[in-house]
Ligand binder design. Sequence first.
Ligand SMILES: *Cc1c(COP(=O)(O)O)cnc(C)c1O
Length: 375
Amino acid sequence: MHFDTLALQATHQPDPATGAVIPPIYLSTTFARNEAYDLSGPYLYSRANNPNREALEKALAALDGGAVAMAFGSGQAAAMTLFQALRPGDHVVIAADAYYGTPALLEQVFHPWGLTYTKVDMTDLADVRRAIHENTRVVWTETPSNPMLRITDLQAVADLAHSVGAICVCDNTWATPVLQQPLSLGCDVVMHSTTKYLSGHSDVLGGALVFRQDDELAQRVRLLQSLSGAVPAPFDCWLVMRGIKTLAVRIRAQTETAGQVARFLQTHPQVEAVHYPGLESHPSFVLASRQMQSPGAMLSVQIKGGAPEALLFAGRLTLFARATSLGGVESLIEHRASVEGPNTATPVNLLRVSIGLEYAQDLIADLAQALDSLA
Ligand SMILES: *Cc1c(COP(=O)(O)O)cnc(C)c1O
């Protein structure tokens, strides 16, 4: 089945009670028992299970080809719960350019609690190999990476992780299951911030973990999710379900525009560099072409000059919202160095762009006028 069909099939779960094609939102926190004290279904209390969450989890597992999925209240709650399933003394290897919140969890929450971790350049397999030890339990990848769009060879890193019995996790938020299927490349767990492309409209926070097997780790994560209550609200689950229905068509249109924008930027005299895995100039163009269905709708651009020029350029755009986050239908632009503060490794002249569903030539004209104004 093509992914387009799969996404619709996976989210098509009519309400068994009424036949409603789009199931209602079950706001009830609790589920009643009959005279014999039996529950009428698998639901008892919404922290443990809820019909909308269960429907979303089934869909998420299907999209990534996993055995089982768990939905969380945010991407960070998903990452947090996976680390909580480890034990003090365990070691994590993480991409140095992972989403800033993931190493922040390790540093500020789990290091005091007894986890150790090593940051590596995931594109350098020798560096990954050096960092992996006997007590390494998790190798955490994210590809394409933020904000330099570096590409990790998932199959190779998963093989290295497995050589010591560790699991390989892929934060697949940027690629989405439309563009990249980490479980089929050897990864064991996929993590998503569903806040981004899966919901797609910048109006809901959510996260997910998808497991290749319903193994001991998956069951421990399920237990922690239920005990800690790091769960999404029923309405949020319903919104993510709705987003998934249009995911493939959104990604396709946004990717098409991103390619045109990247090629335009690359030729402009005020541009120093464009980072986009769909450009042949990208250092991992070949790997990206092999590993991803298409290069996606995220790119970053370095403006000639420094932070003042980059900020001036961003300030003169009229069609791009100057905001953090990504994956919505409206184009966003962000100066990452401002967000990350003085110790950032991100070049100060870099802007990260999330391409939305606007017409490509309108976005290009807007970028052109803002760039031309710098000359
Ligand atoms: C946004 C994001 C996260 C965190 O997700 P939240 O839903 O904001 O908690 C993690 N990883 C990546 C790649 C992200 O873009």
